[in-house]
Design a protein around this ligand. Structure first.
Ligand code: 4NP
Length: 155
């Protein structure tokens, strides 16, 4: 079992989008039960809130219902995750400041060289949830291939 935790700032826009997309890919590939997924924010301002309407809408347009609630990253996430996947460089540095983890820690777009950026832009400020969806989708596809290979999963 591999445990993946996506991390953004508020846990209402980008990381819940990644969680929804990645869970759907896992379901479609028949890998449920082999990979578990969660998402958190480095900040706690939106603790307990549902995902941003823009995230819920773009997920719904792709047939994905997201019902998770925002929460702030905690020590257990560092110890329980196998893959800690940050949405941007600031999130990555925020995670590193929290301390040691055995998890593999990287930015989602480190896996997508052709994206031309390492940082998933924040739609909380840009309002562009479609661009974010496309970047996160590409990142999740690459992440799934990486995990399938590294963990030797049967697909
Ligand atoms: P997220 O976007 O990190 O993709 O969830 C944000 C959500 C909330 C805030 C910033 C970014 N905020 O400052 O409240």
């Amino acid at each position: 079992m591999a445990h993946v935790v996506f991390v953004c700032l508020g846990n209402i826009c980008r990381s819940p989008m990644a969680e929804g997309i990645f869970n759907e890919m896992i379901r479609q590939r028949g890998l449920k039960g082999q990979i578990t997924v969660d998402s958190v924010g480095t900040g706690g301002w939106h603790e307990g809130e549902t995902a941003h309407p823009g995230t819920r809408q773009i997920l719904a347009e792709h047939g994905i219902t997201y019902v998770g609630q925002a929460r702030q990253i905690q020590a257990a996430d560092l110890s329980e995750a196998d893959y800690l996947v940050a949405m941007d460089t600031s999130n990555l540095n925020g995670i590193k400041r929290l301390g040691e983890t055995h998890a593999e820690l990287f930015r989602l777009l480190d896996l997508v060289p052709k994206a031309g950026t390492k940082d998933v832009p924040d739609p909380y400020y840009t309002g562009d949830f479609e661009t974010v969806y496309n970047l996160v989708y590409a990142g999740c596809e690459a992440l799934l291939e990486k995990i399938v290979q590294q963990e030797g999963l049967q697909v």
